[in-house]
Design a protein around this ligand. Structure first.
Ligand SMILES: [Zn+2]
Length: 551
């Protein structure tokens, strides 16, 4: 790349990073979308073809945010289109501590971080002078800059592709991915109305690894992430008459002990296991102190998937909840008998009938009870959550209210899912598009070696969770229904564009900058790679994808 081009890419990257587009925020995220749109608008091509440059509002977004879609058409008319995508938002700067005010000014931030406490690996990188530190540099303004740079070059006619090349930049990826959820509906519409045929969606997320593992990598898929929840209800009693009731604590504790970090439940593909269930939050749902034992508890998990879908995960959760209840009741009975034997009580232990019910089944019961008032009940209950409540806390309130309404005697467990859900996208080599992606990835590895003498690794999944999850859906559509039925508050407002996901099936890849420590105070990119290697290898990849479908 010549010096002028390099300078303009660097300038573009600095401009993008300087906009604090922390999500969710109306101001920052709209500012960066406006900046990108504005940059494209300056180009004569888009003045002649304004219909190919769009700043589109997200569907039903309370913050009024936008996505950017821009496309340069091939000289010969074709439906074939390669999409380069990325997210414009970043995470906050809390992790940067006292250096936070400079987090969006990489040069200054890099100078200042030299005097901060940082890991050995970060220190070594800093001392090479090749790494630039700052919020959003890796994740993923580097990718956005590279995508813009490629499109601008194509628009100026300095590089011709035998297919349309588009960029798609979305907000909110670090939050609920509402940007990409809206975008998948747009992509489905362009496919339907304009007849576009998507050859590939290339996400430009940076490498996601630490230490010696942090090598340039091309990812063939994107890991899935789902948030299963458990709501446990017991039977209230005064602590002075403990055995007259049933405490929820031993039930939720058993679930946690069985599930959290247990490799037995880890998903795997091609002989490699992915991380197990990890507990994200555990809470009781009581609001006041009293002498009543704890009768309601809620816990939710994150679980990374490579193959598993909601139906299978729900049955696994049912097994775990059933076993937790069985074992908690067994222990209760043993305790109560022993207590009676110690002269503590003259009555015999109570008999408990446990219930495990999915949120979907609970809703059916509530509908039968409420009839036409069901929707109002759901709306009012969600509306009763304190202003600004997190979606997951609102969901817990709804489950609790519905369990109360249905009056199922405890001990019981309700199982279901919380937003957001990132379905996995794996390359199984099962269709021509996936086969092209696999082949082209290998060719890119060879090209990297030939042109730059660098090693490029191929990995099955981008393990940091990405918007590639929404380039289609790998599984039966009914699996999306299972998720929807078992997610408290589906559509209010969180939902997946299930219709769009069912009609999209875009082959995916991820190739990005060489970065490290995304979300940390030491987030950084390797500058020589960003400026000299990544742009060339990305152009090669796009060209080979287009040719790959024709050979
Ligand atoms: Zn990212």
């Amino acid at each position: 790349m010549n010096d002028h081009r390099e300078a303009s890419l660097y300038r573009l990257l600095m401009d993008l990073v300087s906009i604090p587009s922390v999500s969710p925020s109306s101001e920052g995220e709209n500012r960066i979308a406006g900046f990108i749109h504005g940059k494209f608008q300056e180009l004569p091509y888009f003045r002649e073809h304004p219909e190919d440059l769009r700043l589109l509002p997200l569907e039903g977004d309370s913050l009024g945010r936008h996505l950017v879609f821009a496309m340069v058409r091939s000289a010969a008319e074709t439906p074939d289109t390669v999409v380069l995508m990325g997210h414009m938002d970043v995470v906050g700067t809390e992790a940067c501590g006292s250096l936070a005010p400079w987090a969006f000014q990489p040069e200054e931030y890099t100078r200042r971080i030299a005097s901060a406490e940082i890991s050995e690996d970060a220190r070594e990188d800093l001392e090479t002078g090749d790494w630039l530190f700052g919020r959003g540099l890796a994740d993923m303004k580097s990718g956005v800059a590279a995508g813009m740079d490629l499109l601008i070059e194509a628009v100026m006619g300095r590089c011709n592709y035998d297919a349309n090349v588009a960029v798609l930049f979305v907000p909110d990826e670090e939050n609920n991915s509402s940007g990409m959820l809206s975008a998948s509906s747009c992509l489905a519409r362009f496919q339907e109305e304009e007849g576009l045929r998507y050859l590939a969606c290339i996400d430009l997320e940076p490498t996601f690894a630490t230490g010696d593992e942090a090598k340039p990598t091309i990812y063939l898929g994107s890991i899935g992430k789902i948030n299963p929840f458990f709501f446990c209800a017991g039977k209230e009693t005064h602590v002075g008459e403990y055995y007259e009731g049933f405490c929820a604590a031993p039930v939720i504790s058993r679930i946690n002990l069985m599930l959290d970090g247990n490799p037995e439940y880890a998903d795997s593909l091609f002989g490699k296991a992915y991380p197990p269930f990890g507990c994200m939050r555990q809470m009781d749902l009581r609001r006041e102190y009293s002498a009543t034992i704890m009768t309601r508890a809620f816990a939710f998990y994150s679980y990374l998937t490579a193959t598993r879908l909601p139906g299978q995960i729900l049955s696994l959760m049912r097994e775990v909840a059933t076993e937790a209840l069985r074992s908690a009741i067994e222990k209760y009975t043993a305790n109560a008998s022993a207590f009676a034997g110690m002269g503590g009580s003259s009555s015999s232990p109570r008999k408990w009938v446990p219930t495990v019910i999915s949120f979907g089944e609970l809703c059916e019961k509530a509908k039968a009870l409420l009839g036409g008032d069901y929707d109002r009940f759901v709306g009012e209950t969600l509306g009763s959550a304190p202003e600004g409540s997190d979606e997951r806390s609102r969901a817990a309130i709804l489950v609790e209210a519905m369990a109360g309404l249905c009056g199922i005697p405890g001990p019981m467990v309700v199982i279901g899912f919380l937003p957001p859900w990132y379905p996995h996208r794996a390359n199984l080599g099962s269709n021509p598009g996936e086969q092209v992606m696999e082949r082209v990835a290998s060719e890119t590895v060879m090209e990297m070696e030939r042109q730059f003498g660098e090693t490029l690794e191929i990995r099955p999944f981008f393990e940091g969770v990405s918007d590639l999850s929404y380039c289609g859906f790998q599984g039966d559509k009914s699996e999306m229904d299972i998720f929807a039925e078992n997610m408290p508050g589906w559509g209010l407002p969180y939902k997946l564009p299930t219709e769009a996901l069912a009609v999209l099936d875009i082959p995916v890849l991820n190739l990005g900058a060489l970065g490290k420590d995304a979300h940390k105070n030491t987030e950084r990119i390797n500058l020589p790679y960003m400026m000299n290697v990544f742009p060339g290898i990305l152009r090669f990849l796009v060209k080979r994808i287009i040719e790959g479908y024709r050979s």
